[in-house]
Design a protein around this ligand. Sequence first.
Ligand code: FDA
Length: 491
Amino acid sequence: MPALVIGTGYGGCVAALRLAQAGVDVHMIEMGMAWDTPGADGKIFATTTSPDQRSYWLRTKTKQPLSNFLGFPIDRTIPRYTGVLDAEEFAGITVYQGRGVGGGSLVNGGMAVTPRREYFGGILPTVNPDEMYDVYYPRANTELGANLIDPEWFETTDWYQFARVGRKQAQRSGFPFVFVPTVYDWDYMEQEAAGTVPKSALAGEILYGNNYGKKSLQKTYLPKIRATGRVTISPLHRVTTVEPTSGGYTVTMEQLNTTGDTVATKQVTAARVFFAAGSVGTSKLLVKLKSTGALPNLNGEVGKGWGDNGNVMCGRANHMWDPTGPSQSTIPTLGIDNWVNGGAFAEVAPLPTGIETYASFYLSITKTPNRGEFSWNAATGKAELNWQTAWKQTSIDAAKSIFDKINAKEGTIYRTDLFGVYKVWGDQLTYHPLGGAILNRATDNYGRLHGYPGLYVIDGSLIPGSTAVNPFVTITALAERNIENIIATDL
Ligand code: FDA
């Protein structure tokens, strides 16, 4: 096989599409399922309000980001299954990731945000901003289908009352708010609201997959990849080892059944291997391969520079005269930008419970100096991350630069019932893992791994821990930049 791609998220899809278009045959390996067959209820994915086996990767109990509501734990028992959302637990942090053909695009909120150009030097200091903002960000946004909500509809629909309340309160405290692009099909959402099509974002779909309106990679890059006729995709196959062999690399993988057991072990040989297993997946593989002697010449940077994009969540309790509405779309559209003054960019997020909660809910992306490191533990045979929960304090402080001010202005308080009992901050998790194989350190300035010609990294692990906004547009744009250089130079 000329090229093998480990993982089918953003980085993997960009690599596979551009290689195939350049005439290279590609084999994509994906540990998760294909997500192309409806379940007994006629739907491929479950909703947030009724999670079932399809919702979680090999867990027997849900692990919802909002673990409690009004003081009660809301997690429930489910059958163990190769479901779509992995809540992967490390010491000090749970890292949420998508599992399946399409990677994180299957589960994410679809917010397609290009960082402001003046922040770019702090995100990827060795990449030329001109080429990113002139060529690769526009290319990524076009391919992903990023677009904005119709402002008129935003102002009038009940489904975005929660966002209008969030905007009003941000403005009253003097914060700049921005509409953020998403990859949701807004025409479809308006039809959902009109009742003429099956509901998706308006039926609580998010986190565990969207059945209709979200343009995940299943609707963008993947159909184009299939149309080339040059790409084979193997779902439910997990790569465990990559080793040099004559003419390339031997890739070992386990075939899984839907309860997560290994049913077969296979090997293929590829001239080039692209690591696109996501920040966590790629980091775990690289530290293992270096430490166990499969790829001993990888440099000492592998596993390093891992960050959580400063994710922290919180809720605020509004007054009775500021209801956020019982009907809330799951797709956020607004951000509060306090990056320069307070180091925080906060999304006004929905809390789609179906009842009036008087709560405003936010996911903040914050500036934080803390970076973790993956290492291989030979005794347990597992990769570990040295994250500490206390490292989230800088993120909490940054988020407080927005919400303390809003609370003071509005005379309101934080909710304490969403993340546990009397717990204000959702600081136990990230949705945005980044880093572990930093560009121009573990690799050259285009993702070629040092020490091994023909091995590349092409996913979020290249980015040093923060993108200042939601990451997938930057991951896609960087992958477009890198694969163009790799195809022109190496093939
Ligand atoms: P990605 O994680 O997408 O893909 C990696 C793939 O490799 C996965 O499919 C995985 O199963 C597979 N894999 C891993 N190890 C493997 C192995 N050993 N063998 C075979 N396959 C393997 N971002 C954003 O910009 N806007 C948003 O609104 C959100 N919202 C959001 C919500 C939630 C709930 C989550 C979990 C995440 C987000 N994100 C987001 C983050 C975004 O989804 C994420 O940054 C990208 O998906 C990362 O893209 P990558 O290409 O790096 O890997």
